[in-house]
Write a protein that binds this ligand. Structure first.
Ligand code: PLP
Length: 356
């Protein structure tokens, strides 16, 4: 019976991606070798990397001022690569969750970090508004989607200083104006590919300004010059990323994906708001994530927590247990999640209400 995969990451990928990856593990691009064992310098793999980079550029309309990179170390390596490459003395960060706080911690190794805005006072259940961005910082770092708490900034901020965004859990979920960002990064395992690679989009003229010597591997310029082939790249995740990008293009691109994501999020939030058993811990609908939908048992019904998880399990709904810092439930409804699976979850919530 079909499983409904709501895991937060690694998470659901298009069936297309998994099918094509399985085929390439057996016979890659007609070579009769596996993608697992072929040289990254082979013309077949070089073509994969080149196509993946150019499809990212096409889908996100990346301007010529920016370059696209596939790097190892996940999003967490970007927490130190960003300040290493961009911070002279001081940077500003939004503190909107655990991942943002982790980025802040790493930034402090390189200079002064200003918390420009924070939602820590309410367990990160909102996006700070009316923020005054200082102009004496080298960059402003935001986390566009807070995977654990279910909040999202789904618009492109106007920043007077270079803007850096961790888009690990919402990249490709909506069109973005790349020209507004100095740097965007995303670990692949939420919306793009298996873990093992991070996507980076960097404005070339934002680099080379710190005066700090930078070790070769963590210097973005190295990877720009080598077209992400300075050393052995994570070949399999990059291959899978290309399949997901192809799937995105074949399914109408990012705008079409955004429309589907909006419909899925509306279906689920409407049910949470209607159902007497559940509440969304993010009170302002404007702040609610379209990728990670958090909900908890309503006051008076807390004891039903385990019962709902059991009900979900019966219906092959997987991965909806909330992060320990929020509790309750979290349904991650990334690009590859079909609305039919969201409907199964909504039906489960309705049935559970009727039985209680
Ligand atoms: C998952 C996640 C990370 C961490 O990604 P890794 O690739 O495991 O380092 C960072 N930021 C956000 C927003 C995430 O969702």
């Amino acid at each position: 019976m079909k499983k409904h995969n709501f895991y937060a990451g690694p998470s659901i990928l298009p069936e297309y991606t998994i099918q094509k990856t399985a085929e390439a593990i057996l016979n890659f691009a007609g070579t009769t070798l596996s993608v697992l064992e072929i040289s990254h310098r082979s013309k077949e793999f070089v073509a994969v990397m080149d196509q993946a980079i150019s499809l990212v550029k096409e889908l996100l309309e990346v301007p010529d001022t920016h370059e696209v990179l596939f790097l190892q170390g996940g999003a967490s390596a970007q927490f130190y690569m960003v300040p290493f490459n961009l911070m002279k003395t001081k940077a500003g960060y939004y503190n909107t969750g655990v991942w943002a706080a982790n980025a802040i911690k790493e930034g402090k190794f390189f200079g002064e970090v200003v918390e420009v805005a924070s939602s820590k006072d309410k367990n990160y259940n909102y996006i700070p508004k009316n923020v005054t961005i200082p102009t004496d910082i080298d960059y402003l770092h935001i986390t566009s989607n807070n995977t654990i708490y279910g909040t999202q900034i789904y618009y492109d901020i106007d920043s007077p200083v270079p803007l850096v965004a961790d888009m690990s859990s919402d990249i490709f979920s909506r069109p973005i104006d790349v020209s507004k960002y100095a740097l965007i990064y995303a670990g692949a395992q939420k919306n793009l590919a298996p873990s093992g690679v991070a996507l980076v989009i960097v404005r070339k003229d934002a680099l080379g300004k710190t005066g700090r010597p930078i070790p070769t591997m963590i210097n973005y310029q190295t990877h720009i010059d080598a077209k992400s082939m300075f050393n052995t790249p994570p070949c399999l995740p990059v291959f899978s990323a290309l399949q997901t990008l192809t799937w995105l293009k074949d399914n109408g691109g990012i705008k079409a994906m955004e429309a589907k994501n909006l419909a899925k999020a509306k279906l689920l939030y409407d049910e949470i708001d209607r159902n007497k058993l559940f509440v969304c811990p993010v009170p302002d609908p404007e702040d609610r994530s379209r990728m990670n939908v958090t909900f908890v048992m309503a006051p008076g019904y807390e004891a039903l927590d385990k019962g709902f998880l059991a009900k979900a399990k019966e219906l092959n709904i997987l991965g909806i247990e909330g992060h320990r810092s929020v509790g309750g439930f979290r349904a991650s409804i990334y690009n590859a999640m079909p609305i039919e699976s969201v409907q199964v979850l909504v039906d489960a919530m309705k049935e559970f209400e009727a039985a209680n």
